[in-house]
Design a protein around this ligand. Structure first.
Ligand SMILES: *Cc1c(COP(=O)(O)O)cnc(C)c1O
Length: 381
């Protein structure tokens, strides 16, 4: 019996696009070049050394000290969130999840799927977290051991007040876990000053690496403490990954080695640029974008001052649909992103990654072209 002929057709690669979705981002050529590292066995010393270096650089990006350790995971950011929530809450613990957008809701959904004792504190999307309500909830429910929150709520572009919440957690003896997936690299974040015990990040957003790897940064004593109760999963057992990387000098399972080489290059570029300079670079792109959007009749979802430099969400002008904009802009070489339906007729535009002032100017010109011609004024003949 002969094997059936393959009918798969491989389309030619599309022309490179300017990515204005909130990750994955356009990367530096050196990051892509790092993928060309020769084929390698993940149990060889060169990979062990690579993982050690990445773990140290991740700690540096998070502002950790000598007591902090990075744990590197293969999988997108959500894998690291699931590993963290599933591993840090002891059987007699309880997690309070703060929600003011899609990714806060996702934290609660992960906690629910894992069967964790859970308390949800939900605020309207695109509205600030209410610090007094958080304080009151922790004061009233002494069984809460952990608080989980999103630093930069990528669904709305809102930056949540990490340091204030870190202080509240400290006062109430709760351990703070933070989804910093879309803030690390481009927003001020310092796990020690901000009182973050568990800081979760990913390679392919503001750290400007390629998708496929994520990580957790935490103090070593807390990571060692995870061995004190049975794991809720196998592959995403944070304790297993930590002990393998820390004590055995070997990954627990096969990591995405090539992506890891690219990630190290991206971390080097981040640390060389500095997070402060990257914050300023993204803020400049966001200002250029927002000024152009205002000229074209787009109204921002957030007040200025609430928004990060990495994501802009705008209401669409009357008579313009997201689908039309997306397709017209894609044809012109730009990828924009949808928002969750409950935010209404809006478009989400990221200013993460290797974007230049010229990219934003060309984008705004393409956007102007994509908008319907202004209603013509009928002139008397
Ligand atoms: C992108 C993102 C995630 C994770 O998404 P993945 O697709 O799993 O990488 C989680 N939280 C926030 C805030 C994000 O921006």
């Amino acid at each position: 019996m002969s094997a059936p002929q393959s009918t798969v057709r491989y389309a030619p690669a599309p022309a490179p696009a300017v990515l204005l979705n909130p990750g994955p981002v356009n990367v530096h050529p050196d990051v892509r070049a790092a993928l060309g590292f020769p084929d390698v066995c993940h149990r060889e010393p060169e990979v062990a050394a690579l993982i050690d270096r990445i773990r140290a650089k991740v700690v540096a990006v998070c502002g950790g000290g000598p007591e902090h350790r990075g744990v590197l995971l293969t999988g997108s950011g959500t894998a690291a969130l699931e590993a963290t929530l599933g591993s840090i809450v002891p059987p007699d613990g309880k997690v309070l999840v703060l929600e003011n957008g899609h990714y806060g809701v996702r934290l609660a959904e992960i906690a629910t799927a894992l069967g964790l004792p859970l308390r949800r504190l939900a605020f309207a999307w695109a509205s600030p977290l209410d610090l007094a309500a958080i304080e009151a909830t922790l004061a009233a429910d002494r069984s809460i051991t952990h608080v989980a929150m999103v630093h930069h709520e990528t669904s709305t572009g809102m930056l949540n007040p990490l340091r204030e919440i870190g202080e509240i957690c400290r006062r109430h003896g709760a351990s703070l876990a933070v989804d910093a997936i879309s803030s690390l690299g481009s927003e001020a974040l310092d796990v020690r000053l901000d009182g973050v015990d568990w800081c979760v990040g990913t390679a392919n957003k503001c750290l400007e690496g390629l998708p496929g790897m994520s990580f957790v940064c935490a103090p070593e004593p807390l990571l060692r403490g995870l061995a004190g109760w049975p794991p809720r999963g196998y592959y995403l057992d944070l304790s297993r990954h930590f002990l393998a990387q820390e004590d055995l000098g070997a990954p627990a399972f096969t990591p995405a080695v090539q992506i890891a080489f690219a990630f190290e290059r991206a971390l080097d570029l981040t640390l060389a640029e500095t997070v402060t300079a990257r914050t300023a670079r993204y803020a400049r792109r966001a200002e250029e974008l927002r000024a152009g959007l205002a000229d074209l009749g787009f109204r921002p979802l957030l007040e200025s001052g609430e928004a990060s430099g990495a994501v802009t969400v705008s209401h669409l002008p009357d008579g313009v649909t997201y689908e039309h904009l997306h397709d017209a802009l894609k044809a012109a070489g730009f990828v924009v992103y949808a928002t969750q339906a409950r935010l209404g007729a809006t478009v989400r535009i990221g200013t993460m990654g290797q974007l230049t002032e010229a990219d934003i100017a060309r984008f705004l010109a393409a956007l102007r072209e994509a908008l319907p011609a202004p209603a013509r004024v009928d002139r008397p003949a």
